[in-house]
Design a protein around this ligand. Sequence first.
Ligand SMILES: C[S@@+](CC[C@H](N)C(=O)[O-])C[C@H]1O[C@@H](n2cnc3c(N)ncnc32)[C@H](O)[C@@H]1O
Length: 191
Amino acid sequence: MTGWVFAHRPSNRRRNRWVVSLLDVRPTDRVLEVGFGPGIAVAALVRAGAGRVYGVDHSAVMLRQASKRNAAAIREGRVVLADAPVDRLPPALDGPFDVVLAVNSLAFWPAPAERLAELRRRLVPGGRIAIARQPRRPGATAATSQDAAHEIEKLLRSAGFTRLDTRVLPLRPPVICVLAAAPGPAGGHMR
Ligand SMILES: C[S@@+](CC[C@H](N)C(=O)[O-])C[C@H]1O[C@@H](n2cnc3c(N)ncnc32)[C@H](O)[C@@H]1O
């Protein structure tokens, strides 16, 4: 039921597609999504032309839904999804990756600063990360989204990311996405 809401709420779909549009992925990019839910961003990444898309989510229900949504791309070998928590990534998902993203997922991770540092080590030098959040608690406002952005910026800096750039999608409440890069030559390209 929750997965159905994630997949069908118009703001969820817009949020995921917007985050993917910010990443301007290329056919050579290996992309990892953490907490893919029903797989909306995975499907958008495939449509956008990402070379290969990997994903982990610790919910078997979400894995089933996302696998159904992306069945053709999985058959073609363009998408690999696994049922695993962010703190125990399966060896097949060791990387290195060009891009990592997480949409409304980081707030649920254990020790998020440590997780982000681990993800940074799985990125190529100059590889990119996008952490997005749209607060879902009742009464959330633009200020709630701003607070979330500041918290994510702080976590990314403490995990060793550089070149932070925060974007806003003006929904109610707004979606914020903090883009950043692993240290190294700027291999990244963001819209
Ligand atoms: C609010 S949903 C967002 C789903 C999707 N990213 C979206 O925006 O529609 C959060 C997702 O993160 C997953 N998740 C939460 N904690 C996780 C963890 N520690 N490791 C892996 N996945 C996790 C949940 O199972 C869920 O699918």
